[in-house]
Design a protein around this ligand. Sequence first.
Ligand SMILES: N[C@@H](CCC(=O)N[C@@H](CS)C(=O)NCC(=O)O)C(=O)O
Length: 225
Amino acid sequence: MLGQRDIPTPRVRRVVRDSEYSWGSNAMMNLYSGTTDPFSHRCRIVLYEKGMDFQVIDVDMLNKPEDIAVINPYNRVPVLVDRDLVLYESNIINEYIDERFPHPQLMPPDPILRARARQLLHTFEVELFAHIEALERGLKAADKAREHLRDRLIELAPVFSKQKYMLAEEFSMLDVAIAPLLWRLEHYEIELGKQAAPLMKYAERIFSRQAFIDALTPSERVMRR
Ligand SMILES: N[C@@H](CCC(=O)N[C@@H](CS)C(=O)NCC(=O)O)C(=O)O
């Protein structure tokens, strides 16, 4: 575990709420976040939904600072540093923030519903987000990934003819988890067609939330026309 003094000084820094912030004992939560990274996007959404003090450290994915490898053995973003706690993996970071700052609660309070939500989060990773690296890196597998994502999202679309959000009527961590992909459909050149209209209506509902708007980086803002 890294001690406070071992935490590297960030090279790129964006102070979100507290311009007097210094990298010292009063450190608030710090998120190392890729400016175009869908996984970091998830964590930014949760931080803004909670409306507490935090700092986002913008990481240029094309010029990633060596510091990231010091705090995450997998050398990836997002990474959350909260005093002595260093966390990676967007869903783990988000559950920590949700438990630390319970309002508004984004995971269901009931253990059974919470377990189901975690199961669905896992399904999103396997069925959707595992295919994103091919698109982000422009790999040979990109066309297959596009096709797979399109098919899975079209299958999901009818759910939103009956309900407002992924878990019925309340915005939750599941909406947070999928939102960065929905925002990037044009950017990834995934065309869903008319059959996905209920899904796109659902997406617009998420995109119009103030926290979602505030969480977007300038590079993300231009991903959708
Ligand atoms: N499962 C991880 C995925 C994180 C991830 O893949 N991050 C990518 C950005 S898309 C990364 O930092 N890759 C290293 C690099 O591009 O150098 C999470 O949910 O946080």
